[in-house]
Design a protein around this ligand. Sequence first.
Ligand code: SF4
Length: 328
Amino acid sequence: MSKPILSLREVVKEFPIRGARGNLSFRAVNHVSLDIFPGETVGLVGESGCGKSTLGYMVMDLQPITQGEILFEGQKLADASKVERRKLQAKIQIVFQDPQSSLNPRFRIGQIVEEPLRLNGWRDKRERKNLVLQLLSKVSLGEEYLRRYPHELSGGQRQRVAIARALSLNPQLIVLDEPTSALDVSVQAQILNLLRELQQNLKLSYLFISHNLAVIRHLSSKVAVMYLGQIVEISGTDDLFAKPLHPYTKMLLSSVPNLNDERPLEVAVESEMPSAMHPPSGCSFHPRCPQASELCRQFNPELQRVNDLHWVSCHNFSQKEEETKGDA
Ligand code: SF4
């Protein structure tokens, strides 16, 4: 088996809160471990505020981690020198949710796609222009877009520009942070198909962050379900959709009757997720869980192995029962 291109090991992110009772902190990401293999798309799904975007920003080195480690191709990001870090950063790129705000409105499209090349030592202007044209062509935009401004483009075209820019330094991993949620449904499908095509042609790996289960299912080979900063279930996509084990995953799936449903999860799921600033004791899902027991209120369950690809953190999961069901 190939080695992971990206590994997160027990990653924690805490943010300080200044309040009347002195300096406190809250934990947005809580001991998350995750591997992404070459050519793989890992979908990270959860409600708004569960910590999934924070996790993406830490992978991008846009947020420092509080504890744990992130390794890219086996190298710890924290141990890399400034020069090594710059090289590693070129291999990991991000596409944000809203291309309107992620593209500089004062730059023409040609300048936007060219900028990372210029900043990374591509001195020859003609070479840069040729590459920009190739990148635009990869996302099905022609030369006529070079001199346009972002506001002259549709939402889908702007997202294509953001993808072309993300491809400019020949990355190996792209963090896709809700890349289709600001787009119309018909445009979403086009962008998802483009991402899939680029992945196949360029052998890219994706960390695909979304609240939309249909989108996650369409693109991901593996899905991690996140709740209040923790991964509560992780599995191959087909297995997760066919046989969800964690009560939260079941709730997510059952609350979206039609997987083309575009409602955000915070509306689709009954009752609100507690604040990460005041997390419940024990299993953080217990206030919403129909199966919660005293044990759940006191102790946080660990991730348990179901099989090599499927892990779940729930006191009610029993590997023995699972094997008995499989034998029956
Ligand atoms: Fe529900 Fe308990 Fe499992 Fe948490 S550990 S998901 S509260 S049954």
